[in-house]
Write a protein that binds this ligand. Structure first.
Ligand SMILES: *Cc1c(COP(=O)(O)O)cnc(C)c1O
Length: 404
C-alpha cells in the first residue's frame, strides 16, 4: 500500500533526537529557543513562539486579543475543525464564509461579512496557497471598516482595527509578493503536526508580525508565561543555582514545545527548501503534467500571479461528478493499493456545527469543491515509480467510474 503522508525520518533526525535525550534537558530549553530563532530567520518576521500545536497558537492569540462571548470571528467553511473550535472555546461566534475557486476566502466575501461584532479574521492558506492578503489588509484598514470596529480591550484599542490571524497550518515556506509565510499579516500560526510539510511530530508556532506600536518581542515574552502556567520563570531558568523561587502571575495554560520536538524541527528546517519544498513541487508538477490532458481534470492552482504554494496538499478535482461518485473513485483507488484523502469535510457538514445551526446549503462553492475533491499523496519518500503507480491508479479509477 502506498501511504498518504508518512513522515520522513532519517539518521540526521534520529541523531539530533538522541543528542537531546542524552543532553540532560528534554523539555523546553536551548533547542526550542534555537528553533524559534531559526524559524524567524527563515520566514523574516521579528519573533516566533513555538508551542505544542497550531491549535494552541490560534487559541492563545484569540485570547490575547480578548475575543469573547458576543464577538464574531470570520473564517472559511472549508477548513479543519481546529480553526473554528478555538473560536467556540473563547465563547465567540464563528462566521463561516464560502470559498472561491482557489479554495480560499475572497476579500469581497470578507467585506460583506464584517459587522460591528467582528474582532478577528482567520484566513486559511488552503493546501499551502496564500490568501489575498493585500486585499484583506486594505479592507481592515478602510476608514468605514475601522470606524465600525468596537475596541473592548487594550490590545484591540492599540490595533484599532480587526486583527488578521492567519491559519498558516499548511503554508510554511509559501511565498506572496516575494516574501515568506509568517510575514503576510499581523500574526501567522504554523502547524508542525506529523502530516504537515515540516514536522516535529506534534507542534506549532506563532509568527509575530504585529505593526507598531506593538512590541513583538514583549508580546513573545508575555506569551511565554501565558503558555506555561502563568509562571514567571521557565523550568530551565529555575535550574540556575539559587534561582528556585517563582511566582504565578496569571492562570496560564500548558502549551509549550519540548526540546525533543524541536530537535526534529531543527533538522527539518535545515533542509526545508532544498530537501522538502523542491521534492513536493516536483510531485505537484508531475501530477499536473499527467492529469491536464484529461477533460475531467480540474487542476489546483499552486503558482498563481504573485503567489507560490508550499505544495502541502494536491487537491485534484473531477468535473461533473457527484459526492457518491467521488467516494466510489476513492474506493477504486484504495483497491489499487494507493492511499488518498479528502480535504476537508466542510465544517457545516459536521454534527457539532450542524447542531449550532450551520447548513451546507449556504456554502455552495464549498460543497462543490468538497464533493469532487481527492487529495493525492505528496511526501519526501515518494519514489518515481510510486508516483507513476499513483497516477495510473487515479486515472484508471476515474475512467472505471465515469464509464459505469
Ligand atoms: C493541521 C491543521 C490545524 C491544526 O494543527 P495542529 O498543529 O494539529 O493543532 C489547523 N488548521 C488547519 C487548516 C490544519 O490543517
Amino acid at each position: 500500500m502506498i501511504p498518504f503522508s508518512p513522515p520522513h525520518i532519517d539518521q540526521a533526525i534520529i541523531d539530533e533526537v538522541v543528542d537531546t535525550l542524552k543532553s540532560g534537558w528534554i523539555t523546553t530549553g536551548p533547542k526550542t529557543k534555537r528553533f524559534e530563532k531559526e524559524l524567524s530567520a527563515y520566514c523574516g518576521n521579528p519573533v516566533t513562539l513555538c508551542l505544542n500545536s497550531a491549535t494552541a497558537g490560534l487559541e492563545i492569540m484569540l485570547r490575547w486579543f480578548g475575543v469573547k462571548e458576543g464577538d464574531e470571528v470570520i473564517l472559511p467553511a472549508y477548513t479543519y475543525s481546529a480553526t473554528a473550535n478555538v473560536i467556540v472555546h473563547c465563547g465567540a461566534k464563528p462566521v463561516f464564509l464560502d470559498i472561491g475557486e482557489d479554495f480560499n476566502i475572497s476579500a469581497q466575501a470578507v467585506q460583506k461579512a464584517i459587522t460591528a461584532k467582528t474582532k478577528v479574521i482567520m484566513p486559511v492558506d488552503f493546501a499551502g496557497l496564500p490568501c489575498d492578503y493585500d486585499e484583506l489588509h486594505s479592507i481592515v484598514t478602510k476608514p468605514e471598516i475601522k470606524s465600525l470596529f468596537a475596541a473592548a480591550t487594550p490590545e484591540q484599542q492599540k490595533l484599532g482595527r480587526i486583527l488578521i490571524l492567519s491559519d498558516a497550518a499548511h503554508s510554511f515556506g509559501a511565498m506572496y509578493n516575494g516574501k515568506k509565510a509568517g510575514t503576510f499579516t499581523d500574526v501567522s500560526v504554523f502547524s508542525f503536526h506529523a502530516v504537515k510539510n515540516l514536522t516535529t511530530a506534534e507542534g506549532g508556532a506563532i509568527a509575530f508580525n504585529l505593526p507598531a506600536p506593538f512590541n513583538n518581542q514583549e508580546i513573545y515574552t508575555q506569551l511565554c508565561i501565558t503558555t506555561l502556567h502563568g509562571q514567571n520563570k521557565d523550568a530551565l531558568a529555575k535550574t540556575q543555582p539559587g534561582n528556585w523561587k517563582y511566582d504565578i502571575v496569571e492562570a496560564g495554560y500548558k502549551m509549550n514545545m519540548t526540546d525533543i520536538m524541536a530537535s526534529i524541527g531543527l533538522v527539518e528546517l535545515s533542509r526545508y527548501d532544498s530537501g522538502i519544498l523542491s521534492k513536493r513541487k516536483h510531485i505537484f508538477d508531475t501530477y499536473t503534467n499527467a492529469f491536464k490532458q484529461f477533460g475531467w481534470a480540474i487542476i489546483p492552482q499552486y503558482q498563481h500571479e504573485q503567489k507560490t504554494s508550499s505544495f502541502h496538499v494536491y487537491p485534484l478535482r473531477i468535473q461533473n461528478i457527484t459526492e457518491q461518485q467521488r467516494d466510489t473513485i476513492i474506493t477504486h483507488i484504495f483497491a489499487k493499493q494507493v492511499s488518498v484523502n479528502v480535504h476537508f469535510l466542510p465544517l457545516p457538514m459536521t454534527s457539532f456545527y450542524k447542531q449550532l445551526g450551520y447548513n451546507i446549503s449556504q456554502y455552495p462553492n464549498t460543497y462543490a469543491h468538497f464533493a469532487n475533491e481527492i487529495s493525492l499523496p505528496v511526501y519526501v519518500d515518494l519514489t518515481e515509480s510510486q508516483l507513476k503507480t499513483v497516477i495510473e491508479a487515479v486515472v484508471s479509477s476515474i475512467n472505471e467510474v465515469l464509464k459505469s
